[in-house]
Ligand binder design. Structure first.
Ligand code: GDP
Ligand code: MG
Length: 221
C-alpha cells in the first residue's frame, strides 16, 4: 500500500503563495476521447483527428477551486490502453481518476467495469473516481449507449457523472474542476502545497518511480 509520503511532494514556494497539487488520471478505451478532453481543458481547443499516441504524458493547469489555487496535473495514456499494458506505477499516485467512455461505442461502455476494477486495484485508497460520457455532441440517433444505462452504472458505483463533449467543450471544465474539488475536500490536510517552479523536477520524480517499479516512499523537499 502506498504510504502518505509518496503522494507528498513538497517544494518551497518562490513567493510564499501556496498551491495545492492534485494528480488526476483519465482512463478508458482507445478513441473514447481522453486526449481530446485534456486538450480541450488545457488548451481550449479540439482537433478532429487526434493522434493516438502523444509525446507528453501529462498536462498541467492551474485553476481556482473555490478560494484555493490548485494545480491539476492530469496524466494521459500514451497509447498503452490499446494493449491494457498500464502498469500499477501509472495509477499509484493518483488522487482522482476520470473513467471515460464514448456514447457512440457500446464496447467502450462494456469495458468500464474492467477499467473501474483496474482503478480500484491499483489506485490508492480513497481515490476519487468519476464517470465521463464523452462525445455527447454527436446526434443521439448515433448513440449506442442509452442514457438510462450509463446513469444506472454511475448510480450503482456512486460515481459523479458528467455528460461531456471534448468537441464542443460541454462540461469539460466543470468535470475537471469538480474532481479537483472532490480530491481537495477529501485530502486537504494531506495534499502538498506547492508552487511548481520547475516541471522537470516532478517529471523526473515520477519517472524514477515508474522505471524502478518501486513503491518506496519518496519526498521531494
Ligand atoms: P483517446 O484515444 O481516448 O485519447 O481518444 P482521442 O482524444 O484520440 O479521440 C479519438 C477520436 O475521437 C478523435 O478523432 C477525436 O477527434 C474524436 N473525439 C474525441 N472527443 C470527441 C467528442 O467529444 N466529440 C466528437 N464528435 N469526437 C470526439
Ligand atoms: Mg489518447
Amino acid at each position: 500500500m502506498l504510504c502518505k509520503e509518496a503522494r507528498r511532494t513538497k517544494i518551497e514556494l518562490s513567493f510564499g503563495k501556496r498551491m495545492y497539487l492534485v494528480r488526476l488520471l483519465v482512463v478508458g478505451d482507445t478513441s473514447v476521447g481522453k486526449t481530446s478532453l485534456l486538450m480541450r481543458f488545457n488548451e481550449g481547443h479540439f482537433i478532429l483527428t487526434q493522434k493516438t499516441t502523444i509525446g507528453v504524458d501529462y498536462k498541467a493547469k492551474e485553476i481556482m477551486i473555490d478560494n484555493d489555487s490548485v494545480k491539476l496535473q492530469i496524466w494521459d495514456t500514451a497509447g498503452q490502453e490499446r494493449f491494457r499494458s498500464m502498469t500499477s506505477a501509472f495509477y499509484n499516485r493518483a488522487q482522482g481518476v476520470i473513467v471515460t467512455f464514448d456514447v457512440t461505442q457500446y464496447s467502450s461502455f462494456m469495458a468500464l467495469e474492467t477499467w473501474v476494477n483496474d482503478v480500484k486495484q491499483n489506485a490508492p485508497n480513497g481515490c476519487a473516481i468519476m464517470l465521463c460520457a464523452n462525445k455527447t455532441d454527436i446526434p443521439m440517433d448515433k448513440w449506442q449507449v442509452r442514457k438510462e444505462e450509463y446513469m444506472l452504472f454511475a448510480h450503482e458505483h456512486k460515481f459523479t457523472l458528467f455528460e461531456a463533449s471534448a468537441s464542443t467543450g460541454l462540461n469539460v471544465n466543470e468535470m475537471f474542476t469538480e474532481i479537483g474539488r472532490q480530491v481537495l475536500s477529501k485530502n486537504k490536510s494531506e495534499l502538498s502545497l506547492q508552487k511548481q517552479t520547475n516541471e522537470r523536477d516532478l517529471v523526473s520524480f515520477d519517472e524514477k518511480i515508474s522505471k524502478s517499479g518501486s513503491r518506496k516512499c519518496c519526498i521531494i523537499m
